[in-house]
Design a protein around this ligand. Structure first.
Ligand code: TMP
Length: 215
């Protein structure tokens, strides 16, 4: 049976790294074989594109160039990693995917959704994640947490308004499709956040197992 595709999303400083480690452990504990990957990135070529996208530069990067680079990396990542792994029956756990494009380029950069929808169809066909966890914290709290880490990259230099648009876009995608998106309140304590994640994953795994046994 084809593997399942799980993506993790959120604005800056929501704790993706720590919680992805938790999810990896959970998948291991449940005997699920999976690969963990990320966007932008996930293959040598797509990681090169990531460096170009994140590095601070004097030249202004126009929104369309940024959008096309996101999808260029994604096309390579799907072709080389995501699709072959799913086809082999492995699960794929991906740190960000196309929802980040809707949130950051569509809403953050105010490009709207139409262009993104057509690129999504071109690059992915009908392929979409099976489950998307949206880690949510108020923007100010996230930026404060993120600011304590390393030097800000080109996105982290954006203003609070930008990240408020990004956050709202994630929440509105989740509201429209509650079957696929699960919003996790990541401003709670780590233990509480991980309890919420574990509940979502248990429900998802049960559904998956029901599907297998009905085949
Ligand atoms: P990361 O720091 O979570 O690895 O993500 C790198 C940055 O790339 C993050 O600020 C969000 C941004 N991004 C987009 O703007 N559009 C996209 O499609 C993706 C995947 C990421």
């Amino acid at each position: 049976m084809r593997g399942r595709f799980i993506t993790i999303e959120g604005t800056e400083g929501v704790g993706k790294t720590t919680n992805i480690d938790y999810i990896k452990q959970w998948l291991d504990d449940n005997g699920i074989s999976f690969v963990n990957t990320r966007e932008p990135g996930g293959t040598p070529l797509a990681e090169e594109i990531r460096e170009v996208l994140l590095s601070n530069r004097e030249e202004q990067v126009c929104s369309k160039a940024e959008l096309l680079m996101m999808f260029a990396g994604r096309a390579q990542h799907i072709d080389q990693v995501i699709e072959p792994q799913l086809a082999m029956g492995n699960w794929v756990l991906c740190d960000r995917f196309t929802d980040a494009t809707y949130a950051y380029q569509g809403a953050g950069r105010e490009m709207g959704n139409a262009l993104i929808e057509s690129l999504e169809t071109m690059v992915q066909g009908s392929m979409r994640p099976d489950l998307t966890l949206v880690l949510d914290v108020p923007v100010e709290l996230g930026l404060e947490r993120a600011g304590k880490r390393s030097e800000p990259d080109r996105f982290e230099l954006e203003k609070t308004d930008f990240f408020n648009r990004v956050r709202q876009a994630y929440l509105s995608m989740a509201e429209k499709s509650p079957e696929r998106y699960k919003v996790i309140d990541a401003s709670n304590s780590l233990v509480q956040v991980q309890q919420q994640i574990s509940l979502v994953l248990c429900n998802f795994l049960n559904k998956h197992q029901d599907e297998i046994s009905s085949q």
